[in-house]
Ligand binder design. Structure first.
Ligand code: ADP
Ligand code: MG
Length: 325
């Protein structure tokens, strides 16, 4: 591969962020935040582990690799600004396929006004796409999972379980006749919509706990519980599902919405008095927000997450569904 022409082909012709001093083209990039804190994260996708050519076009690999990182920036309450991409490409991946990965990256980057400021491409035995992102947040305004307090309302954005449905459809384990529903679920898996606008609309709140749903609500709820040392109570009946999920996959809805993961919605905790503000932020960002439970002080046996279903209270483990059955 002609490295210089490849870098030229993936390089942005103009940049969107005014704090960028030097983008692609030198030994490293330079940016100059004015007063903000810089939030940074990295996520790596490996062919055969995190995706396969059978269910994802190279375009989706790129799109999704950046989407999952933007979701982490959203969960920190930060505004996405920059990203860098490191690719390990096997010999059987053509330059056209690599270009398609970048096309997916560029498309989602454009919709969040992010700039590609660097990267690296090397050859190796399987495709690995590693994306590093940077976001800005006003000084001391990053949102942590350690700040939940007794009395808080627990909420989630959007609907849960859709991405797992999409994956099941793509891998051929499930079918639905309804083409529109099928396309919806598949898009939720391949091209998740991270929620930074929503998190940014809550910037004025003095306290907000946020976590993004990458591993499933059960797992994320337990992360909040452990970090905040509280009890988190979730009402199963309040969990938001797309009506297509409940009608086409009634037997799987519970499991997928608790442990399916990869919906890249946000779960959060706020004071009751801030709840109207949360609803308004949802409206402003075109997103449904649903109260699904509340926070209490940890019981004497330690901080835990609980699921309330049909009048019964169960411990909600990270792997949730084993307790549901
Ligand atoms: P160096 O050899 O100094 O590390 P490179 O020649 O690898 O630099 O890269 C030159 C410039 O192109 C740098 O700005 C680098 O970040 C960028 N770049 C290289 N490969 C990629 C890539 N795959 N995606 C995005 N930017 C890249
Ligand atoms: Mg150099």
């Amino acid at each position: 591969m002609q490295e210089f022409s490849f870098i030229d082909s993936i390089k942005q012709s103009t940049y969107r962020q005014s704090s960028l001093v030097k983008g692609v083209g030198d030994d490293a990039a330079v940016f100059r935040p004015v007063y903000q804190d810089v939030v940074t994260a990295v996520d790596t996708m490996v062919e055969g582990v995190h995706f396969s050519k059978a269910t994802m076009r190279p375009y989706h690999v790129g799109y999704r690799a950046l989407a999952v990182n933007i979701s982490d920036l959203a969960a920190m309450g930060s505004e996405p600004v920059f990203y860098m991409v490191s690719i390990v490409a096997p010999d059987d991946w053509t330059e056209a396929e690599l270009a398609e990965i970048y096309s997916g990256l560029h498309d989602i980057a454009a919709s969040y006004r992010m700039d590609l400021i660097g990267g690296d491409t090397v050859s190796g035995s399987e495709l690995v796409v590693s994306v590093t992102v940077m976001g800005y947040v006003p000084k001391d305004k990053a949102r942590y999972r350690s700040t939940a307090q007794p009395g808080d309302i627990v909420f989630v954005t959007g609907t849960l379980g859709d991405a797992q449905a999409g994956f099941e459809l793509l891998s051929g384990r499930k079918q639905v006749e309804d083409k529109e529903a099928s396309a919806y679920f598949i898009k939720r898996h391949r091209q998740p919509s991270p929620r930074p606008e929503f998190a940014l609309a809550l910037q004025s709140l003095s306290r907000l706990t946020l976590n993004d749903i990458s591993d499933g609500l059960a797992s994320e709820a337990n992360e909040i519980v452990e970090s905040s040392q509280v009890a988190l109570h979730i009402d199963y009946d309040k969990l938001p599902h797309h009506h297509w999920l409940a009608s086409y996959f009634p037997d799987e809805t519970a499991e997928w919405s608790l442990t399916g993961g990869e919906d890249f919605e946000l779960v959060g905790c706020v004071r009751g008095q801030d709840w109207p503000h949360v609803l308004q932020a949802g409206e402003e960002s075109g997103l449904s927000v649903t109260a699904i439970g509340h926070v209490e002080a940890a019981a004497s046996d330690g901080p835990r997450a609980y699921l309330h279903e049909q009048g019964k209270q169960k411990v909600l483990a990270k792997s949730g569904y084993t307790h549901l059955k």
